[in-house]
Design a binder for this molecule. Structure first.
Ligand SMILES: [Zn+2]
Length: 102
């Protein structure tokens, strides 16, 4: 599972888009999801993640994420969502649609 830092409180959590077990915040907007994805061990070392968490706890906000990086993150999330949908459609064709489809 992916190690992430909560953009709201700076606590460690597992899964970029999961609800934070400490502050109960869950990223919903594309902006917050892009922020959340950026501060995971998919992109950053554990050491840098810990520093980022400390910064959030001290300043009450995330360190500045460059605009173009944020745009790339957003694109990556959109692509990933599209892949998920195609995968789901493909699996449903194979497995049948009788089980809980959302
Ligand atoms: Zn939190």
């Amino acid at each position: 599972m992916i190690l992430a830092i909560c953009y709201n409180c700076g606590e460690k959590k597992f899964g970029a888009f999961c609800r934070c077990p400490k502050c109960n915040v869950e990223p919903e907007s594309e902006y917050d999801k892009a922020t959340s994805l950026a501060i995971t061990d998919h992109y950053l070392s554990v050491q840098l993640l810990e520093k980022t968490g400390t910064y959030i706890k001290e300043h009450g906000r995330t360190p500045e994420i460059p605009q173009e990086v944020r745009a790339d993150m957003t694109e990556s999330i959109r692509k990933s969502d599209a892949i998920t949908q195609r995968l789901k459609d493909g699996l449903e064709r194979t497995l049948g649609k009788n089980n809980n489809s959302e």
